[in-house]
Design a protein around this ligand. Structure first.
Ligand code: SME
Length: 150
């Protein structure tokens, strides 16, 4: 399904009356099912006042990395930089936390509420260099939509 076709589905999911975690899980499932190069889709959120991220809802293989300190890995770097991070080839990254040997690339987009970076969406792909500007714009849309729930 195209990003444009997915956008109204995201809007419908965020406007239903389910819990935040249920809604986030549906979004993860939708993206993983409908976008061929999305093999793992999950949300990480700041863990209270701690300088660490905690795994929220996700779709894909379970990961051991349920807590990620700020600064560690791609996710931990985005928690500090407040910038999108596109990794075409994870092998080229020194500061990277491997979740599975099948993962070849990753994209992490921060999630802002009232200008504050409160978490992120993290996508792993088993393809090399699959992410384009269109992924970034679409995932920014997803994060902005999710922010309305927070
Ligand atoms: N690869 C991430 C860790 C999270 S997993 O992709 C689920 C990172 O380097 O931060």
């Amino acid at each position: 399904m195209t990003f444009d076709a997915l956008k109204p589905k995201i809007k419908t999911l965020v406007s239903n009356s389910s819990t935040v975690d249920e809604t986030l899980l549906w979004i993860c499932d939708l993206l993983r099912t409908e976008i061929p190069h999305y093999d793992w889709v999950g949300f990480y959120f700041r863990n209270g006042d701690k300088e660490e991220l905690r795994l929220g809802p996700y779709a894909g293989a379970p990961t051991d990395h349920t807590i990620i300190p700020f600064g560690k890995g791609i996710c931990g770097q985005v928690a500090i930089s407040n910038q999108n991070f596109v990794v075409p080839d994870v092998k080229a990254q020194d500061n990277y936390i491997a979740c599975s040997i099948s993962v070849k690339s990753e994209i992490v987009i921060p999630l802002f509420v009232n200008g504050k970076n409160i978490g992120q969406i993290d996508i792993d792909s088993n393809s090399i260099d699959p992410f384009t500007d269109a992924d970034e714009r679409f995932l920014e849309f997803v994060c902005q939509s999710v922010a309305t729930l927070m």
